[in-house]
Each structure stands twice: as C-alpha cells, then as structure tokens.
Design a protein around this ligand. Sequence first.
Ligand code: HAM
Length: 416
Amino acid sequence: MKFLAPRGTKDILPKEASFYQELEQASRQIFFNYNYKEFRTPIFEDIKLFQRTLGQTTDVVQKQLLTLKNEGEDEFALRPEATASIVRAYIEHDLHLKEGFSKYFYVGPMFRGERPQKGRLREFHHIGAEAIGSLNPYLDAEMISLAVKLIESFGIEGYTLNINNLGCSKDKENWSKLLRAALKDKIDNFCGLCQDRFQRNVFRILDCKNEVCKEALKKISLKENHICSSCQDHFATVQEALKNLKINFKVSPFLVRGLDYYTRTVFEITHGSLGSQDALGAGGRYDNLISQLGGPDLSAVGFALGVERMFLANKKIKETKDSINAYFITLDKEASKKGFLLLNNLRNENISCDMNYEEASLKSQMRSANKSGAKFVVIIGEDELKNDSVTLKDMSSGNQEKIKTNQLLNELKNKL
Ligand code: HAM
C-alpha cells in the first residue's frame, strides 16, 4: 500500500522550502524594524480555548477544528490560528505584569479541517503579529501598515486593502439588533446558510459570497448609525494615519470577520488572482478577548497573512538554487577515505561541501558536481594521492590547478 499526504496538506520539498525560508527571513527583519518579538506556542491547545475565543457559532469552531483525543485526558485541537494561543500564554505567564505593552510576531503552521480547494488547505502557514496592551488607533494603523509592508516586500502587487469599523461590544450588540430588524422580513431572499446565520451569527450574512445574498443585501438599508462617537473618532484617526502613510484603502461597511473576537477596526487584504479564497491576510482589534479569558482588561490588535496564498499571488517567485561551496570527486577507495576526512575539516570551517558516495566514473561524478551547483570541485585520484595534493577546479571559469592538500582550506577561503 502506498501512503499519500493527507488531503489538504502538502509536502514542502527542498526546492520549495527555500521560498518559505526566504519569506520567513524577510519577515523577521521587518518585524525587527517594527520592534516585534517572536512568540512560539504549542501546535495544539485545549479545544475549549478555541471554542471560547473564536466563537461557538463560527465556521472555524463548528466545522473546522481538527481534534486530538487521548484516553482519559481533555480534548485537544490543532490550532486553527494563533491569536487565541498567544492570549492564553500572555495571561498564563503574567506578561502584562512583566512587560506591560507587548508586541509579538509568529510564523508557523495552522490547521483547519476545511474542504480543500485552491488557496484553502487543511495545513497552511501564518505569518502574523499581535500587539497587546493599547487602544491607541496608531497601533491599528501600524498593524495595517506592517501587513502591507510584508506583502509588498514579498513582491506582491495589485492587492486591495479593505477596512471597517465594527465598534465596541455595545455597538456590535446594537448593530446585530438593527441588522436582524432590517433583515427579518427579507430573510427568505437569502441562501439557506444565511437563513441559519440570521439566528446564529447575523454579521456573517454581510460577507456571504453567494451572489443572491449580495444582491439581496443591496436592498437593505440601516437607518441608524450603530457606532458610538468614541469608536467613530478612533476609526477616523486610523484612516487619517493610513492616508498620511500613503496607504490606499477602501472602507467596506460589510466587512465583518469570520471570528467572533473582533471589535472596532477590522481589515482584510485581498488579491484578484486568488479566486474565491481571495484573502491574503486579515486582522483587527480584539479589545475584550484578554479579559474574557480571565486576564486583565487590555486592548489588542493583530493580523495574520496566509503564506500559501502569498505564493499563489506572486508569480515572480523563482526557484532559488542553494549551491554548496565545494564538491569532492574521489576516484578510488583510498581517495574516498582522504576526501571524507577533508570534507569534515572544511565543514568545521563553515565551508559547505559534499561528495559523491558512490564509486563512479569521473564523468558521472562531474555530472553530479554540476547538478549540485558547487562553486568548486576538488578531485582526488591516484596521482593526487601520490603527491599529497588535490586538483581544485573553479566551476565558473573552468580553470583548474593542482595544489598541496594542506593549502586547500586557505585556497578556498581566499577564493570564496
Ligand atoms: P483568518 O482570516 O482566519 O484570521 O486567517 C488569516 C489568513 O490566513 C487568511 O486571510 C488566509 O490568507 C489564510 N488562511 C486562512 N484559512 C486558510 C486555509 N484553510 N488555507 C490556506 N490559507 C488560509 C486569523 O487567523 C486571525 N488569527 C488573524 C488575526 C490575528 N486577527 C487578529 N490577530
């Protein structure tokens, strides 16, 4: 029986792993510039953490948690996102006492048991950030500008940034009442899922992708403004700061998010090339989550970018070839013995090198050397063994010379 990777997951082969590394390295530098520190949390958590934070009625909790059960223990779930875990860890380690205002970033795999399709996987990767301990609107603007900066630094063009203001929890309550009242007589015009959402989570009707619902929504008008003046001021400052940073955005009154914890500013960055799963990344404020989980009353804001979707949106990412410094060609057993020892000496001096472990002809070993992309080839044959030397070939110029074995390290150091 041949085993295959589970549906919705994918093996990251070495060629592709270098894309991930590049993206991660570039992000780390940008996070450093904005003074965000890396946070690593477990891949799985108590399932109740996600049920409490993301919302019992959200799709992620209802349909997408991948669970783990161990006889006699609590039920766990693989993390579908990292915000809940970071808040849990922040409270567990009393970081509000130790650090006060904190800025974190994370990079890693997330898991959602969704029906796989283009841009929708069961294991995918987030690059994300969370800032805990401030309600300052400049922090919302910083988060948005940071997300945009990352996307641009990955060479992605033609994205759209949508922002919205959900208001504080009181505003959200008012809004859900207003929405229910406005939709009550018209709910039959919406899809079955939205009819269900009307009771469970009325906000989700606003961003239903079904064309029928989109049309029906155009006929709904909310006469009252549900956002209090303090939340309106907050959002005005966010917009002004974004304009000053010359970041283009659209205010989308129907942008709500698929997770329940959001308040005030929410945002989503989409890309036309992605099809129906068009969000490259998203985030927003969650000013009540920390206290809801038993922590102090602190505001927070964050976002996460989907790494696989960024690869889909950037057609320019090219295969990079990680090439080693030197490749050894050894022509008999005695030469292999000597070559194997020299490899070790060079590696200890941080010179990357390798050899062909099969005893093959010079021609076939040369082919392997070419394939490895090595900058230099070191040949050891009968002649070299006799004279305690090696032949060093520069693969870019094709020049080769015989040098004493004890000069190899210095020669390579000088030439690399
Ligand atoms: P989210 O919108 O659920 O937000 O996910 C963020 C991004 O992850 C999405 O925009 C998308 O690019 C990517 N993504 C989500 N699900 C999948 C999937 N099944 N396959 C591939 N990519 C996917 C969050 O997770 C929040 N924690 C963001 C946040 C942080 N809000 C505040 N702080």
